[in-house]
Design a binder for this molecule. Structure first.
Ligand SMILES: [Zn+2]
Length: 585
C-alpha cells in the first residue's frame, strides 16, 4: 500500500505523472466505484482528492454504474464515483468541493464535427446580424476598425431587411469611420458584401470595372460603385484579402475555446483542419491554454505528410491529437450538390455532384488504400445516398485489400441513406458522424427537394441505432450553433425551426435524451479512438465533466434548448462557471 505522503509527493509533479499515478492507483485498487457495490464496510484510507463534486445527480454514461451522487478527482483524472457518503472519504483540507445542489452532472460533450477556428474567426469578427439601424451598423464597423486598424474588417452577416425602410448599405455609410482600414463585410446569406472605398481601391474596382460572369457590381445614379458586390463579383475583393496571420488565428482559437467552455463542450473534432490551425493548437497546448481537447483532421489530399513521419490514427496527447484525414465525396442538399441515385424533385435535371477527389473513383480508392495501410483514420463527408453508397464501396475495399482491423471508418453527415445501405453501414462498422441540428434546419424544405419517399431515410438516427450503427454527435459549427443543448433538442424533438412540425419531422427517427447524450459523449469518444480515456464518468478516465442548470432527462423536451451549462470542468480544472466570470486558463 502506498502512503499518502508518497502520493502527495508524486502529485506535486507535472501533469504527466498524474497519469502514472492514476494507473498505479488502478493497479492497487485505490480507484473504485463506491457505494452499494463497495466490497467491504471497512473504511479505506484514500489519498486526498483535488476536487470533489457532491450532492449531484450524476448520469455517468457508464452502463455498469449509470448513476451516482458524487465524484472525486485527482489531477486530471476521475478517481472515484459513487454515493456522497463514500466520496466524502476522499475529502481533505485542500480539496475543492463543488456542491452541485442536486443538479444534473454529465460527461463533457464531445463535438465530433466542427470547424473550430472558422467558428472562432466568426466570433472574433464584427457582428452585424442584429444591427437594427444603419447607424448601429456603422458604429460597430467603426469600433472594430479602431481596435484592429491594420486588419481587414470581414464577416458581419448583415441583414438590411431589419432596417426601416430596408435598403442596401453603401460605402458612404462607413467610409468616414474607416479612412485607412479595408472593410469587406458580407450579408448573412453570403450572396452579397459591402466594401468600403479602401477595399475597392485595393481590389482595383472603379466605375469602369465590368461585371464578372455570375456577379454584379452595384452602381449608384452617377455610375459609381456603391460598394455592394453580388455573388461572383465578391471574388474581386476576396482575392486581395491577405491570408490569415498566426496572431489572428490564435485569437480565433482562444475565442472558440472560451465559447466551447461556456457550452460544456470539452472535446472537439476539427474537420478539414488547416496545418496552420494545428500549429496554433500546438502552441496553445504548450502554454497550457487549451480548455477543450482537440482531434484535428486535415484534408486527405495531404495524407502523405502524416504518413511520412509515421503518424497514425489518434496520435498525440490527451489535449491534441492528429491522425485522421477528411475527404469530401459530394456537396450539400442546400446547394443541390449532394449526390443522389435519382434526380432532385425540384431540379430534375441534376442528381448532384461527386467531388473532384472522387473523380475518377480509382484515384480516391488508391489514396484510401494507401492512407489506411499507413494507419490513418478516414472521415468522409457524404450526404446524398449515392455518395454514401460509393463511400461504403470504397471502405469495403480497404478490408479486402489491407485486411481486418479496428479502423473506425467514419461517414460525416450520412444524411440521406438508401434503405439497402443500412446493413452494409453496420457490417463495415462505419461510424455515422451526424449533426441533428441540420435535421430541424433542412427539415423545413428537404421534402420539396427530394420528395416524400427519400425523406423517410433522411437523418435516420433511429434506423442507424436499430441497425447497430454507432452514432457520434456534432454540430458542424459554424454551419450550425455549437450549443449541445440545441443538438439534443433537435435529436429528441425533430421539431423544424419553422414551427411546422411540432411533433417531429419524420418522428420515427427521434432519439431519446439518453441516446443523444451517449452518442455525444461515448459515441464521439469512440469515433476518435478515445473511448477508454473519456466519454463517461468512470474512475480512471479524464475528468471532463459538465453541470447543467436543469435535468434534461425529466423536463419537457421542448425546454432542452434553453438549458444552460453552469459549470464546465476539463481535466479536473474548472474552465467555465456561469456564476463567476470564465476562469482564465
Ligand atoms: Zn463540416
Amino acid at each position: 500500500m502506498i502512503g499518502r505522503s508518497e502520493l502527495c509527493r508524486r502529485r506535486s509533479r507535472s501533469r504527466c505523472s498524474d497519469d502514472l499515478l492514476i494507473r498505479f492507483m488502478v493497479a492497487v485498487g485505490l480507484i473504485a466505484w463506491t457505494g452499494a457495490s463497495a466490497a467491504s464496510g471497512v473504511a479505506q484510507a484514500h489519498p486526498e482528492a483535488d476536487l470533489v463534486i457532491t450532492n449531484a445527480k450524476v448520469w455517468t454514461v457508464d452502463s455498469n454504474h449509470p448513476t451516482a451522487d458524487a465524484i472525486a478527482v485527482i489531477g486530471d483524472r476521475i478517481v472515484a464515483v459513487g454515493a456522497a457518503a463514500d466520496i466524502d472519504a476522499w475529502r481533505g483540507s485542500q480539496t475543492r468541493v463543488i456542491d452541485a445542489g442536486g443538479r444534473l452532472v454529465l460527461p463533457g460533450f464531445n463535438d465530433a464535427h466542427v470547424h473550430f477556428t472558422s467558428g472562432g474567426m466568426q466570433l472574433d469578427s464584427v457582428d452585424l446580424r442584429d444591427a437594427a439601424t444603419p447607424e448601429e451598423f456603422r458604429d460597430r464597423v467603426a469600433r472594430r476598425a479602431a481596435r484592429y486598424p491594420d486588419e481587414w474588417v470581414t464577416g458581419g452577416d448583415w441583414d438590411e431587411e431589419k432596417w426601416n425602410p430596408p435598403h442596401l448599405p453603401t460605402k458612404e455609410l462607413i467610409d468616414a469611420v474607416t479612412p485607412k482600414t479595408p472593410v469587406f463585410v458580407n450579408r448573412y446569406d453570403g450572396h452579397e458584401s459591402l466594401a468600403n472605398s479602401v477595399a475597392l481601391k485595393l481590389a482595383g474596382i472603379t466605375a469602369k470595372t465590368p461585371n464578372p460572369p455570375g456577379g454584379e457590381i452595384v452602381h449608384d445614379g452617377q455610375g459609381n460603385p456603391t460598394g455592394v458586390l453580388k455573388d461572383a463579383a465578391q471574388d474581386l475583393v476576396d482575392r486581395v484579402i491577405p491570408p490569415i496571420t498566426h496572431e489572428r488565428r490564435m485569437r480565433a482559437a482562444r475565442r472558440a475555446l472560451s465559447h466551447a467552455a461556456s457550452l460544456g463542450v470539452t472535446s472537439v473534432q476539427h474537420m478539414s483542419a488547416e496545418y496552420a490551425d494545428i500549429e496554433v493548437y500546438e502552441e496553445l497546448a504548450e502554454r497550457g491554454e487549451l480548455t477543450a481537447r482537440i482531434y484535428a483532421a486535415p484534408l486527405s489530399s495531404g495524407w502523405e505528410d502524416l504518413a511520412k513521419i509515421g503518424i497514425r490514427r489518434a496520435f498525440g496527447s490527451p489535449w491534441l491529437r492528429i491522425g485522421a484525414v477528411k475527404t469530401f465525396a459530394d456537396g450539400s442538399l442546400g446547394s443541390t450538390t449532394a449526390y443522389f441515385f435519382q434526380p432532385y424533385a425540384d431540379a430534375p435535371n441534376t442528381r448532384g455532384l461527386l467531388s473532384g477527389d472522387f473523380q475518377p473513383l480509382s484515384k480516391i480508392q488508391d489514396r484510401f488504400i494507401k492512407a489506411d495501410a499507413a494507419g490513418l483514420q478516414l472521415c468522409t463527408h457524404a450526404i446524398g445516398d449515392e455518395a454514401i453508397s460509393i463511400t461504403l464501396d470504397l471502405y469495403q475495399k480497404l478490408t479486402d485489400t489491407n485486411g481486418e482491423r479496428d479502423r473506425r471508418l467514419r461517414i460525416e453527415h450520412a444524411q440521406h441513406m438508401a434503405p439497402k445501405d443500412f446493413d452494409r453501414f453496420s457490417k463495415l462498422h462505419v461510424i455515422a458522424s451526424v449533426q441533428p441540428y441540420h435535421a430541424i434546419d433542412d427539415g423545413r424544405w428537404a421534402e420539396r427537394r427530394i420528395g416524400p419517399e427519400r425523406i423517410k431515410t433522411t437523418y435516420a438516427f433511429r434506423t442507424f441505432l436499430d441497425h447497430g450503427v454507432r452514432l457520434a454527435l456534432g454540430t458542424d459549427w459554424t454551419v450550425a450553433p455549437l450549443n449541445p443543448m440545441l443538438t439534443i433538442y433537435a435529436a429528441v424533438t425533430r421539431a423544424t425551426l419553422d414551427g411546422k412540425n411540432p411533433n417531429g419531422w419524420v418522428p420515427g427517427e427521434k432519439l431519446t435524451v439518453k441516446e443523444s447524450v451517449e452518442a455525444y459523449t461515448m459515441g464521439s469518444a469512440y469515433a476518435e479512438f478515445q473511448d477508454k480515456e473519456k466519454g463517461s464518468i468512470t474512475p480512471g478516465k479524464l475528468a471532463d465533466i459538465v453541470i447543467l442548470s436543469d435535468d434534461i432527462f425529466s423536463i419537457d423536451p421542448k425546454a432542452i434548448r434553453d438549458v444552460q451549462v453552469d459549470q464546465t470542468i476539463v481535466g479536473g480544472r474548472i474552465v467555465f462557471s456561469r456564476t463567476r466570470p470564465t476562469a482564465q486558463p
